[in-house]
Design a protein. Structure first.
Length: 144
């Protein structure tokens, strides 16, 4: 009888492990253009650049922020912007907000993205000028 109880306990424990899932597995996964997979509840943030091109941001299944953009109307591949945390450890935990600001130099503009990470921190990342390329590191903004 003890062996039967032990077998039942073992089967129950194994079944419990089999049905437990990680948060990424439990989230609803959606597909964006360009075969991008993302966490549905955070959506895809669409952004019209001042130069007439388009840009999109999403929270990928790895809980990092991903982006893609158009050049002469053609979409780039999805590119990771990393985990939204200056230390690169916290996951994205909200949808992404985008703003543009004037740099007061003709033809230049600054793009900022903001979201909340899994540590509860409000974080942001800035691209100082589209022509200069590159984004600054994740930071804790004093605005918005």
């Amino acid at each position: 009888m003890k062996r039967i109880k032990a077998a039942v306990v073992a089967v129950t424990a194994i079944a419990g492990v089999a049905v437990s899932v990680t948060p990424a597995q439990a989230a609803d996964i959606c597909t964006a253009g360009g075969k991008g997979k993302y966490i549905c509840k955070y959506g895809v943030t669409k952004h019209d650049l001042p130069n007439g091109e388009d840009e999109q941001f999403l929270v990928g299944t790895d809980y990092a922020v991903w982006t893609r953009w158009t050049t002469n109307g053609s979409w780039s591949s999805w590119t990771s912007m990393g985990k939204p945390d200056p230390l690169g450890k916290a996951d994205a935990a909200s949808s992404i907000k985008v703003t543009d600001s004037d740099t007061h130099t003709p033809g230049q503009f600054r793009t900022n993205i903001y979201l909340t990470n899994s540590n509860g921190a409000f974080v942001g990342k800035t691209r100082p000028d589209l022509r200069a390329g590159g984004w600054w590191q994740w930071d804790y903004p004093n605005c918005c």
